[in-house]
Structures are given as structure tokens and as C-alpha cells.
Design a protein around this ligand. Structure first.
Ligand SMILES: Cc1cc2nc3c(=O)[nH]c(=O)nc-3n(C[C@H](O)[C@H](O)[C@H](O)COP(=O)(O)O)c2cc1C
Length: 192
């Protein structure tokens, strides 16, 4: 479990994410490149969720969603989950159809996707104007977790990404048209 005041660091480097959702027995997951941290404490994030998505319907109904931070090993899956709608599926969902493994969140109904490198449980702070005009959702992060192989506390309470030796676990950053960057080498400024 990541200290909530450090949760912003999971998104501060701008990864493409997967937004998972659940309401009334229905669940779904989609890709979202347009997301960012918004505040430290209590931690807040924002993400653009288009009106036409099934995700939008489920997150507005439930008031919550999960951010799953995927990695290089999942780049084709991310593109696929962002290329069709769960609304079209009859008697199944994107999780079953793609044989995805999940585990339960602590505070929200949305499932968390196994194989990702970080997870943030988010509760929507309703802002109808932003949602309707800009498709922009602001949410408070109520729990956060990460794969300690690539994101951990060096003993001083300060968490950092460190991907060296774990190329398949590097986070992915969408540019356009299925082209991504993988997170690169970490460097530390000395004057901090
Ligand atoms: C790499 C990638 C990034 C995307 N980023 C966003 C985004 O930031 N916001 C958004 O609304 N849709 C985004 N999309 C599109 C949605 O993922 C797509 O509309 C998806 O099919 C919606 O699924 P749903 O209807 O099952 O919720 C992205 C798609 C891809 C492939």
C-alpha cells in the first residue's frame, strides 16, 4: 500500500492508463491517455472520459473508478481495450472476453487488473460543468498500490519509479495512432 500523500507519483510521469469500472453487476475497462495528478493531500487526479464510452455510464452511476497503470508487456492489450466498447458485448464483458485476471479493490467496486504496475482507487468529486463540457472527471484517490519491483520507497518515505532490469514493466505513454514511448532511464537532479 502506498502512502496516500505519495500517490501522485504514480501518475506524475504521464502514463497511459486503464480505467476500470463497475456498477450493478456490470464491469468494464478502457484505455485513457489524458490523465494527470491534481493535488497531493488529499490526493486528487483527473481524467478525460468521453461521453460515448460505456465506462462513462458506469463511473457516473457508481461514483468511482480504478486507475490501472499498465506496462510494456500489456501494450497490445491496452490498444485493444481502447478500441472497442464494452457496451456492445452481450452476456460477457471485456474482462472475460480477454481472459483478464483481476483482484478486488478495498473501497470501490471496480476490479483491479493483474499484471499492471500500479493501481489507484478513485472516488469522483462531482463537477457537472467540467464533466458535461470537457468530459473531465476529478476524483480523490482513496487507496494506491504498486508493484514494488518498479515503484518503491527507498527507506525515507519517498517513493520513486525504478525500471532498470524490468523492461517489460516500464510504463507506456501514448503519442497517437498506437505509437507509445516506454518510460526511460531515471535520473536524479542533485539540487533538490
Ligand atoms: C491509447 C489510447 C488512449 C485513449 N485515451 C482516451 C482518453 O484519454 N479518454 C477517452 O475518453 N478515451 C480514450 N481512448 C478511447 C477509449 O479507450 C475508447 O473509446 C474505448 O473503446 C471506450 O471503451 P468503453 O466504451 O468500453 O468504455 C483511448 C484509446 C486508446 C487506444
Amino acid at each position: 500500500m502506498i502512502k496516500l500523500t505519495q500517490a501522485y507519483r504514480l501518475l506524475n510521469h504521464g502514463p497511459t492508463i486503464l480505467v476500470s469500472s463497475s456498477f450493478n453487476g456490470k464491469q468494464n475497462i478502457m484505455a485513457a491517455a489524458w490523465n494527470m495528478p491534481l493535488d497531493f493531500d488529499p490526493p486528487k487526479i483527473c481524467v478525460v472520459i468521453d461521453k460515448k464510452t460505456y465506462t462513462r455510464e458506469l463511473i457516473e452511476a457508481s461514483g468511482s473508478f480504478a486507475i490501472n497503470v499498465p506496462c510494456v508487456a500489456q501494450v497490445d492489450l491496452v490498444t485493444k481495450l481502447g478500441s472497442y466498447s464494452g457496451r456492445e458485448l452481450q452476456g460477457t464483458d471485456k474482462f472475460a472476453e480477454n481472459q483478464l485476471q483481476t483482484f478486488a479493490a478495498k473501497h470501490i467496486a471496480a476490479p483491479l487488473l493483474t499484471g499492471c504496475v500500479a493501481w489507484l482507487e478513485c472516488k469522483i468529486i462531482p463537477e457537472p460543468h467540467n464533466q458535461n463540457t470537457y468530459d473531465l472527471f476529478i476524483a480523490e484517490v482513496v487507496a494506491a498500490y504498486a508493484d514494488e519491483r518498479v515503484f518503491s520507497n527507498k527507506g525515507n518515505g519517498q517513493y520513486h519509479w525504478h525500471f532498470e532490469g524490468h523492461d517489460a514493466l516500464r510504463t507506456i505513454h501514448h503519442v497517437a495512432g498506437g505509437a507509445f514511448f516506454a518510460a526511460g532511464k531515471s535520473i536524479q537532479a542533485q539540487n533538490t
